[in-house]
Design a protein around this ligand. Structure first.
Ligand code: SF4
Length: 205
């Protein structure tokens, strides 16, 4: 039986009051700001570095791209680092860089290097389509990148070409150098809807 509206609003108020009581009795471990109303701490931050991309996936954007936000409305590098610093101070220990395609941002290596300096930040990750990864991998590794998630829709070049509207052989750029380099990274390949953990090597850069 559906509760009457008044009963429903009363139980919502009681629930809110129970949650507040819970939070009073279980103070946030690191930051009230990053603790939600269920008492769960959130220590993971995702930062989008750009809305641009070097692919044109059918399900994401039209072939001609999307209207871009004026540069003045986007976060500058210094603003990104300031925000990251504030969140890390509040208890965030993992930051993932996303996009669009984050590896087309010209200063991405510098951003990773500066994030790496933040005391308390344990992991810097990136989610990428992998096209620029082979070229940037050594620099990113040196700068302190610790986790990579590669999104790839297919391992069939013809399907790749159809889905992303780019030459099918670019697909192999994605995987070109990653598996051959010893590092201490976590590397995930998201192939279509499935995610595979590829390797976790124990040797350092
Ligand atoms: S790689 Fe990602 S951001 Fe780029 S077009 Fe495809 S889905 Fe969109």
């Amino acid at each position: 039986m559906q509760p009457w509206p008044r009963e429903s609003s009363q139980s919502a108020t009681e629930e809110l009051s129970r949650r507040r009581q819970f939070l009073r009795e279980h103070p946030a471990p690191f930051s009230a700001f990053l603790t939600d109303s269920f008492g769960r701490p959130h220590s993971y931050l995702r930062i989008s570095l750009t809305e641009k991309c070097n692919l044109r996936c059918q399900y994401c954007m039209p072939e001609e791209g999307v209207p871009l936000t004026p540069k003045a409305d986007l976060l500058t590098t210094e603003e990104i680092l300031t925000l990251a610093r504030l969140f890390v101070k509040e208890g965030v220990d993992k930051i993932r860089l996303t996009g669009g395609e984050p590896l087309i941002r010209p200063d991405v290596v510098d951003i990773v290097a500066q994030l790496h300096q933040l005391e308390g930040l344990k992991t810097i990750g990136v989610t990428t389509n992998g096209i620029n990864l082979a070229r940037l991998l050594p620099q990113l590794q040196k700068a302190g990148l610790g986790a990579i998630n590669i999104s790839l829709d297919t391992l069939v070049p013809a399907k790749f070409e159809f889905i992303v509207r780019r030459k099918g052989d670019q697909m192999w750029l994605t995987m070109e150098s990653v598996p051959h380099r010893p590092c201490s990274w976590k590397l995930w390949l998201t192939l279509g809807k499935k995610a595979w953990f590829l390797f976790l090597s124990v040797s350092g850069p």
